[in-house]
Design a protein around this ligand. Structure first.
Ligand code: ACO
Length: 380
């Protein structure tokens, strides 16, 4: 290795890879801005619902009343899984992580689509609706199977969020639970060129099929530096266990040079992620009706991380308390993220297909200088 060569910045920080009309992130007047198709995330959080947001991301405009009703019906009609997928969920080893299950099921769904390689706008939208609709059923069915419980089939009277909780727990959720999950889904739906979306778009730029692109995204989301952080946050909340232990836990972890999961962000470096603002309020509200300790420990950890490292919580931090209070098992937290982000992924994949140029960057070479090949006997 020639050590003197200067390395270009790692991680593509601040690099604009291509253009997109789906999501805008910015820092304006010292605050983080996030918009889906020009609509502010706070407005959407207060007034919208997941189905409407998914429609907005996919089609670029808010639906009119009839369009939203039709879209909701179309999602409901596509919730069922083919028996082969249920068979797959039954046969995977019980220790398989639910995110690995999800990406395997997506790949299997692709193998069953006769039109897998068709990429017209209409075909892609059809596949997108089917994936958005089926994600919750895959996650809930697999969880019921691995815990030895009977399958709860989709309830066509219930909306996207309520139906997922119903299929998972076997009970229709309360209004608070339904609204909480719905809001969580709105907030996680898209976030510009995050790692998983970039993986999806890179795959799409080769004109790979939509299932392959979603598998790439799902695998990428699982990493602990991306969506995988929420499960680690919950492990930390359980380890800390009481708010008064948070400060010493954080201090010691930072002294050992370890990262605190759920903190820091590549784009919102000095400002609060606008999604975190909404999620914090939601987590506190839910805690009033449910278990308050998760959010109390979270607040104590956030205070300590800011004190010792000046870092702010990211979208994965308060999500953990919310999921815990919705009775979601820890190892389904990343899947919860995927249930929402699928709407952003498919919108980006379709945008890439429709304005495509192969994504193929370069690497700065920092390896050995050119040298002569030596035969096996001549090597020292
Ligand atoms: N805990 C402790 N220190 C941290 C953390 C953290 N969570 N995040 C960043 N830092 C520190 C780094 O050590 C570095 O410190 P230094 O300047 O003293 O060396 C400084 O902050 C800058 O960090 P970078 O590594 O340059 O930040 P980068 O933009 O590459 O990483 C990332 C962003 C991966 C999100 C990082 O903050 C992290 O690892 N966070 C924990 C994992 C996490 O929560 N991921 C979810 C992100 S949100 C999402 O993807 C949905």
């Amino acid at each position: 290795m020639s050590g003197e060569k200067k390395k270009v910045g790692d991680g593509l920080q601040d690099v604009v890879a291509t253009s997109s009309a789906i999501c805008r992130i910015d820092i304006e007047d010292g605050r983080g801005v996030l918009e889906y198709r020009g609509y502010d995330i706070h407005d959407l959080a207060q007034n919208s619902n997941f189905e409407e947001v998914a429609y907005l991301l996919l089609f670029g405009e808010l639906p009119r009343k009839k369009e939203l009703e039709l879209f909701k019906e179309e999602l409901k009609e596509r919730r069922d899984l083919p028996p082969q997928i249920i068979g797959l969920l039954t046969h995977l080893p019980p220790f398989t992580h639910p995110m690995v299950v999800l990406r395997t099921a997506i790949s299997y769904l692709g193998s069953m689509d006769k039109y897998i390689h068709f990429k017209s706008h209409e075909r892609s939208i059809e596949k997108a609706k089917s994936l958005i609709a089926k994600f919750p059923t895959i996650v809930a069915y697999h969880h019921r199977i691995r815990t030895g419980q009977n399958l709860i089939h989709p309830d066509f009277e219930l909306g996207h969020a309520a139906n997922f909780l119903y299929m998972l727990h076997g009970e229709v959720p309360s209004e608070t639970e339904e609204k909480s999950l719905d809001l969580d889904l709105i907030l996680h739906a898209d976030h510009e060129f995050n790692a998983s979306t970039f993986a999806a778009r890179t795959a799409a730029s080769t004109l790979a099929d939509i299932y392959a692109c979603v598998v790439a995204a799902t695998g990428t989301l699982m990493g602990p530096l991306h969506g995988g952080a929420s499960q680690r946050v919950m492990e930390m909340l359980r380890e800390v266990a009481v708010p008064w232990r948070a400060e010493s836990y954080v201090k010691e972890k930072l002294e050992r040079g370890e990262r605190i999961m759920g903190f820091g962000h590549r784009v919102y470096r000095q400002v609060m992620d606008p999604r975190t603002i909404e999620l914090r309020v939601l987590a506190k509200k839910l805690a009033e009706e449910k278990e308050p300790k998760w959010v109390e420990i979270s607040e104590a950890i956030a205070e300590a991380v800011y004190k010792y490292k000046g870092l702010l919580p990211n979208v994965d931090f308060y999500s953990a308390s919310i999921y815990a209070n919705l009775g979601i098992p820890d190892d389904l937290f990343i899947n919860m993220f995927a249930l929402s982000r699928i709407s952003g992924w498919v919108s980006h994949i379709i945008e890439q297909y429709e304005n495509n140029r192969l994504i193929r960057p370069r690497a700065q070479y920092i390896g050995a200088d050119s040298r002569e090949y030596k035969s096996l006997n001549g090597r020292k």
